[in-house]
Design a protein around this ligand. Structure first.
Ligand SMILES: [Zn+2]
Length: 262
């Protein structure tokens, strides 16, 4: 059964809705029940069936559902009329190594697949542009959020008007990292006092990925009052959301998406 949960902006944007899917009736199968991601080992028939269910739910044709082949990078692709016209193979090639999408098109659902990483959706009310990004720790360190906002600005949007929301992802308490990860944040200019703490018992470092992305989004000019964080942890709720830290990387992914209606 396809269940979606709304992802709320601080101020609703007319015609725009964002959401994430839940696992549905999750069982011991690491891909069960609902998984749209086709590159983490799931059966392709299952993936295609789940995608078709979502398109039926959204009442859009299957070629209006677009998700990238993510690689923890910071490259952004714009989904326009020309892209929609491409063949399946051409589309796949364009989506390879992409971790964020932007579209000016109404009726096109763009989304990312995550299991602990932070999904970010952004909408600009004036231009109608919408965006989605996948920010794991690598994407966060390389400031994928900045790449998305700057590209939206090139397309005519203004950060001061944008609304941003972060969806289901690993919480601060669950996200224990090695000191080499902390070092990456430090050398890339993040203020560790604001995004890191050490567990008193284990002395292991913990990074707050949502806070790191919040600071990045704010640096780009989006007001803090326009940024929300969903208080839902994937690792704390593995029966509701996919969590790579619970299920291993050979598991399903939680789909987080945004769509603007005509
Ligand atoms: Zn947690």
């Amino acid at each position: 059964m396809l269940l979606s949960e709304p992802l709320q902006f601080a101020t609703p944007v007319k015609g725009v809705s964002a959401f994430n899917l839940t696992r549905g009736d999750a069982d011991s199968n690491p891909y069960g029940e609902i998984n749209l991601c086709d590159y983490t080992g799931d059966n392709v028939i299952h993936v295609v069936t789940c995608r078709a269910m979502l398109c039926e739910h959204l009442r859009i044709p299957i070629d209006h559902l677009v998700m990238p082949r993510q690689t923890h990078g910071n490259r952004v692709a714009v989904i326009d009329h020309d892209f929609i016209q491409l063949s399946f193979d051409e589309r796949s090639e364009r989506l390879q190594g992409i971790d964020a999408l932007i579209t000016p098109l109404a009726g096109v659902c763009i989304g990312v697949n995550t299991a602990d990483c932070v999904p970010i959706v952004i909408a600009d009310p004036a231009t109608g542009l919408i965006a989605v990004a996948h920010a794991g720790w690598k994407g966060t360190v390389s400031r994928i959020a900045t790449q998305v906002v700057q590209r939206m600005v090139q397309l005519g949007a203004n950060p001061a008007n944008m609304q941003a929301a972060m969806g289901v992802s690993i919480c601060n308490r669950c996200f224990e990292v090695g000191d080499e990860v902390v070092e990456q944040f430090r050398t890339n200019g993040f203020d560790l006092r604001r995004i890191m703490h050490r567990n008193r018992n284990t002395h292991k470092a913990h990074i707050n990925l949502q806070k790191a992305n919040l600071l990045t989004l704010h640096e780009t000019g989006i007001p803090l009052a326009n940024i929300t964080i969903a208080n839902r942890c994937s690792r704390c709720n593995p029966h509701r959301y996919f969590s790579a830290r619970r299920l291993g990387i050979n598991s399903g992914r939680t789909f987080t998406a945004i769509i603007r209606r005509p």
